[in-house]
Design a protein around this ligand. Structure first.
Ligand SMILES: Nc1ncnc2c1ncn2[C@@H]1O[C@H](COP(=O)(O)OP(=O)(O)OP(=O)(O)O)[C@@H](O)[C@H]1O
Ligand SMILES: [Mg+2]
Length: 823
């Protein structure tokens, strides 16, 4: 390139055009845009004069109207080659840089001028220069490979012969700081200049290396994500191809499961298992048998409430209100539930203050409700759930015989399913429902393992946090579930289970209670059920009482509710056909709706009989009375019939011995006793009458038969006797009394030792019956026989005792009886 400087000598003063943020070096030809008046004026001055202008950098590019002090002292003298005015008033100028110059003085008029002197380049040590130059070429080449400079510029720079020029161009093209570029301009000695640029290149090289490393890391990260994405996409395509190019919904199926699973917030252990199955599903042909197994499994897993719970209502007052709304009486049960709530509430408050472990809040006893059928065990459990604000699920355990009923089948079985507990949880849809384990006493066992063992794990607070259903294969936390169990026969609950539970006994209802329940709960419920309004059907109290005593005989109120329902249905029909507008049912009208009474109270219309006494028994389904009949006929020995258990047989022998040893006093004919067949019969269906409590009834029946003195029909007795005539205590007094009362009995003979049990019997009932606590068999006979002990101890005419006594057959009773009774 011709050096224009050689042709134009440098004037002593030149106009100055300040530039911001860049430095130009000699031998370069550059466009410069000027918009500031200061610069435009300077350009005009140069054009009008020597066409030489000084390009110099501002120390601070933000200064708009720079003075001399704002500019560096070293700049570049340029020849102005061309100037073009833009329409917006700015000016574009093409310059050729000619020389490094030092400014000795700036002056400011309309524009800046500078007094300048040329800076002559010094070569420095030639050997050093050569070495530096070689180094410069090499380093530049590596830096250029970083790709920051355009290929053309790289070539132009590499073709430079002059090391100074080369250094200048490198400095110009690379992204150095302004001070560094200015320093290169100011470096007059070549060796210095090259060394400076080498240092800059070094730094640049390092920066590039770091940059490359960062880029690589980022790329790796992206690659990993992308790889998975690509693979999955590829798999979808492959699957689509295999299925003959149809829509490929199946690939999305796995995706859909993935999305659901993400939303569940599963524990890590569970998540791992589920993820594994989803991945298997994604790889599988959708029609494969295995795929449908996995699909069912994943559906189960995604539908379980892993993290869904309902908020407990721990307001004790509110809960009490709800319990009362649904159930009459049952005070013990309601109290227990309210205590439970109160404890739970205190615990939660303590846990909130950090005084108690959160896991402890849920710990509580497992309640088991025991008692006869129809007394509200199942239905109050439902109210408990309602009062707690929890979901309610009932799990019927009757007939559960295998472990898998509770814990499910392993997935390897065809048609495998989770067990009843997990099924219940899914039905509830929350992880803290009230689960009613209905009829725990009906659990069976089989060779397939014992379901009660699995239930143990379910109920044990120490273990149920990790309850593992075979089907799920992963633990599900049951610790927040409130379990309630029910049973008719608590003795039949496996002992290990019973051990973990707190028993709450429900007893039979007496008539008054049934009346109240019928009026307040059953009738309104049946009205609603049959579409009747409250004013369309009513019962008189007498009608309900008759309904209770003549149409039902039960411990609970289930049949009562059914009978009321029957009446309501029939009334509904009459109203619907327009026959009547409203109906009030009286006791006289009951048979119009319900037909003949099904039960007649035992004592009603009955008379005092010789040889027939009334005993009492109870079963878990309620108490009742039974008759003991004795007949004395020619023959020999003691004959016992009716389903008499061993204990009852012993009682019969004891009674006979007592009669013999007191024959004198009671005026009984000893010879006749020896020479007769004495037949004792307990005509009470299929009850194996175990349990030593019919001794009193037997001895009364026997002595009545032998003496010919009738037994009072309104007296029922319970109690066991010794050979010496003491009267001993028995169990189940309350249920027996309630049963006797249902049968219309007015007098109860009971062992004195059982007097304490009377406290359990409601007061109004106690006052409507008479209780005769006895310590001896004599006292029993005194109450039970017509005329009392006196009649027995008074000598009778031979006819009285000698007559063959065969009692008329006692009226058979139709009450329901279950096995397991004790008399
Ligand atoms: N105290 C009561 N107040 C109101 N209704 C009652 C009461 N006791 C029982 N019932 C009603 O009687 C019916 C039968 O009760 P439930 O089914 O709970 O009996 P259960 O004790 O579970 O009997 P089982 O042992 O046969 O299962 C239900 O409709 C229930 O609402
Ligand atoms: Mg029930």
């Amino acid at each position: 390139m011709p050096n224009p400087l050689s042709s134009t000598p440098l004037p002593a003063t030149v106009p100055v055009c300040p530039v911001r943020g860049s430095v130009i070096y000699p031998t370069m030809v550059q466009h410069i845009d000027a918009s500031r008046a200061l610069s435009i004026k300077a350009i005009e001055a140069a054009l009008n004069g020597d066409k030489v202008i000084l390009i110099v950098s501002q120390r601070d590019k933000d200064v708009d109207d720079p003075q001399g002090a704002d500019l560096y002292d070293v700049g570049t003298a340029c020849n102005v080659l061309r100037v073009r005015k833009n329409p917006d008033g700015t000016v574009q100028m093409l310059v050729a840089a000619t020389a490094r110059v030092r400014v000795t003085r700036y002056e400011r008029g309309e524009y800046l001028t500078a007094a300048v002197e040329a800076l002559e380049t010094e070569p420095g040590d030639p050997v050093e220069l050569r070495a530096l130059t070689r180094e410069l070429r090499e380093k530049f080449e590596t830096v250029a490979q970083g790709g920051r400079i355009g290929a053309e510029s790289v070539q132009a720079i590499q073709s430079k012969e002059d090391p100074g020029e080369m250094a200048d161009h490198i400095a110009f093209h690379l992204d150095f700081k302004l001070e560094d570029k200015q320093a290169v301009l100011e470096a007059v000695r070549l060796t210095d200049r090259v060394r400076r640029v080498l240092t800059l290149l070094d730094t640049e090289q390092e920066v590039q290396a770091v940059q490359a490393r960062i880029r690589a890391q980022v790329k790796e990260e992206i690659d990993k994500n992308q790889r998975e994405y690509y693979l999955r996409e590829q798999m979808k395509v492959i699957q689509k191809e295999l299925q003959g190019g149809d829509d490929g919904d199946e690939g999305d199926e796995a995706e859909a499961f993935r999305a659901k699973i993400e939303a569940l917030g599963l524990p890590a252990e569970v998540k791992k298992e589920v993820d594994r199955e989803v991945n298997r599903l994604a790889r599988m042909h959708p029609d494969a048998a295995e795929a449908s197994v996995i699909r069912t499994y994943l559906t189960w897993m995604t539908e379980l409430p892993w993290n869904v719970r309902s908020e407990d209502r721990l307001d004790v007052g509110e809960a009490a209100h709800i319990l009362d709304e649904d159930h009459y009486g049952l005070e013990k049960v309601k109290d227990r539930v309210l205590e439970f709530l109160a404890v739970r509430r205190l615990r939660r408050e303590r846990a909130e203050r950090g005084e108690l472990d959160a896991a402890e809040v849920n710990k509580g006893p497992i309640l088991v409700f025991t008692g006869p059928p129809g007394v509200g065990k199942t239905s109050i459990a439902q109210s408990i759930a309602k009062s707690l604000g929890r979901k309610y699920v009932r799990i019927a355990l009757g007939g559960a015989r295998d472990e898998s009923d509770i814990r499910g089948h392993r997935r390897t079985y065809i048609g495998a399913m989770p067990g009843r507990i997990i099924q219940g949880i899914r039905t509830a849809g929350t992880k803290n429902p009230v689960i009613l384990l209905d009829e725990v006493d009906k659990l069976g066992t089989s060779y397939q393992g014992d379901p009660s063992a699995a239930l143990l794990e379910v109920l044990d607070p120490a273990q149920n946090q990790h309850f593992t259903d075979h089907y799920l294969g992963v633990p599900f936390d049951l610790s927040e579930v409130m379990f309630i169990a029910t049973a008719n026969y608590p003795e039949q609950i496996p002992p290990a289970l019973m051990d973990r539970m707190e028993v709450i006994e429900f007893s039979s209802y007496i008539e008054q209670e049934k009346l109240e329940i019928a009026k307040r709960y059953l009738l309104p419920r049946q009205l609603t059920a049959n579409g009747l309004k409250a004013n369309q059907l009513s019962f008189t109290d007498a009608a309900l009482e008759r309904l209770i005593s003549h149409y039902t005989r039960e411990a609970g109120v289930r049949n009562l509710e059914r009978e009321i329902g029957t009446v309501a249905r029939k009334v509904a029909r009459r109203i619907a056909t327009g026959e009547v507008k409203r109906v009030k049912v009286t006791d006289k009208e009951l048979d119009r709706y319900l037909g003949q009474p099904r039960f007649v109270p035992e004592s009603e219309g009955q008379e005092d009989k010789v040889g027939v006494s009334t005993g009492m028994f109870y079963t878990p389904v309620g108490g009742d009375i039974l008759f003991v009949e004795t007949s004395v006929m020619p023959g020999k020995g003691l004959v016992l019939t009716g389903q008499l258990g061993d204990v009852m047989k012993e009682s019969a022998r004891a009674a006979l011995t007592y009669a013999k040893s007191n024959a004198e006093r009671f005026h009984l004919d000893r010879d006749r006793i020896e020479n007769s067949e004495i037949h004792i019969h307990v005509p009470a269906g299929a009850i194996p009458k175990e349990g030593p409590s019919a001794g009193g009834a037997m001895v009364t029946s026997l002595i009545s038969a032998l003496s010919g003195i009738p037994v009072r029909h309104d007296v029922a007795m319970t109690g066991e006797m010794t050979l010496t005539g003491r009267y001993l205590p028995i169990g189940g007094l309350k249920e027996k009394v309630l049963g006797a009362r249902r049968a219309g009995i007015k007098h109860i003979i009971m062992p004195k030792a059982n007097e304490g049990d009377l406290r359990d019997i409601p007061l109004h009932l106690r006052s409507s019956m008479r209780f005769h606590p006895c310590e001896t068999v004599d006292q029993v006979l005194d109450v039970a026989l017509v005329g009392g002990l006196k009649a027995l101890e008074t000598p009778r005419g031979p006819a009285a005792g000698a007559a063959e006594t065969a009692p008329p057959p006692a009226k058979r009773r139709t009450s329901r009886r279950s096995p397991g009774a004790s008399a």
